[in-house]
Write a protein that binds this ligand. Structure first.
Ligand code: ATP
Length: 241
C-alpha cells in the first residue's frame, strides 16, 4: 500500500542541495548534492552511517537550517528564498519535529506540554485528542519524570502532531528506547500517517525500521547512495531490532 505518486506534485522537491559548515579554517561538507522528493502521505526512512548528512538534510527541509546551494521546494515554494521570519512561520504552520531526546518541559504535565502548542496553532486538535492518538489518555496528568522513555516520546509526538502538520520529521525517534518501547512509538507514527496522511520522514540507525517505510533512502558521504521502494511493508508491531 504505497501512496500513488502518479500525477502528484511532491510535497518536498529537493534539488542539488549542498551544505558546507565552516568553523574557523575548517570546512565540513555535510551535503554534497542531494536530490530527493517526498510525496504526500508517504513514510520515508533515511538510513546511513553517522555523519552521512541525514540530520543536516532533515534540518534544512524543516527550515531549521539553510542550504549552502541548491533548491528546496515545499509545495512549489523555494525555502531557500525565505527570510528568517518566513522560515519560522513555515515551521510553525507545516512541520512537526520529533527528536531522539524528547525536550519536554519537566515542570508541566503531559497535557500541559501538548497545550503549549495547541494554544498557538491555527487549527489544532485538543491536547486530549493528540494524546489519545498516541494512546496516552490515562497518563495525561503525569509529569515527564513519572513517564517511561517511550511514554515521554509519545508525548513529544502528540505535541508535534497537535497542530495537524502536513509533515512530520523524526530524527532518531527510537534512538533512546529499547526495541519493545520503540515499537510502540513506531506504531504511533504509522497510525498518524494512516489516519491523517501525514508525510513522514524518519532518520534511524535501526535497519529493521525501514520495513515500515514506503520508500527507503540510503545516505553515504553527504549523498543519497540509493533509494528503494518497499514492496512489502510490515506493521510496526512486526518490526524487530
Ligand atoms: N553545526 C555544525 N557545524 C559543523 N559541522 C556540522 C554541523 N552539523 C553537522 N556537521 C557535520 O556535518 C556532517 C553531517 O552531519 P549529520 O549530523 O547531518 O550526519 P548524520 O548522518 O545525521 O549523522 P548521525 O547519524 O550521527 O546523526 C558531519 O561531518 C557533521 O560533523
Amino acid at each position: 500500500m504505497s501512496p500513488s505518486h502518479h500525477g502528484t506534485e511532491p510535497v518536498f522537491d529537493v534539488t542539488g542541495v549542498t551544505k558546507v559548515y565552516t568553523s574557523g579554517e575548517v570546512e565540513v561538507r555535510a551535503l554534497a548534492g542531494i536530490d530527493l522528493q517526498l510525496f504526500a502521505g508517504e513514510i520515508a526512512v533515511l538510513l546511513g552511517p553517522s555523519g552521512s548528512g541525514k540530520s543536516t538534510l532533515l534540518n534544512i527541509i524543516g527550515g531549521l537550517d539553510r542550504a549552502t546551494s541548491g533548491s528546496v521546494l515545499f509545495n512549489g515554494r523555494d525555502l531557500t528564498d525565505f527570510s528568517d521570519r518566513q522560515l519560522t512561520r513555515f515551521r510553525r504552520d507545516h512541520i512537526g519535529f520529533v527528536f531522539q531526546f524528547y525536550n519536554l518541559i519537566p515542570s508541566l504535565t503531559a497535557w500541559e506540554n501538548v497545550s503549549l502548542v495547541t494554544e498557538v496553532a491555527r487549527d489544532p486538535m485538543t491536547p486530549d485528542e493528540a494524546l489519545a492518538m498516541v494512546n496516552l489518555t490515562d497518563r495525561m496528568s503525569h509529569f515527564p519524570a513519572q513517564l517511561s522513555g517511550g511514554e515521554q516520546q509519545r508525548v513529544a509526538i502528540a505535541r508535534a502532531i497537535a497542530k495537524r502538520p502536513e509533515v512530520l520529521l523524526c530524527d532518531e525517534p527510537t534512538g533512546a528506547l529499547d526495541s519493545k518501547t520503540g515499537v510502540i512509538v513506531l506504531e504511533a507514527l504509522t497510525r498518524i500517517n494512516t489516519e491523517f496522511g501525514t508525510t513522514t520522514a524518519i532518520i534511524t540507525h535501526n535497519a529493521g525500521i525501514q520495513q515500515i517505510a514506503h520508500r527507503v533512502f540510503q545516505f553515504l558521504d553527504g549523498r543519497i547512495a540509493s533509494m528503494h521502494v518497499n514492496e512489502a511493508r510490515i506493521a510496526a508491531t512486526e518490526v524487530e531490532w
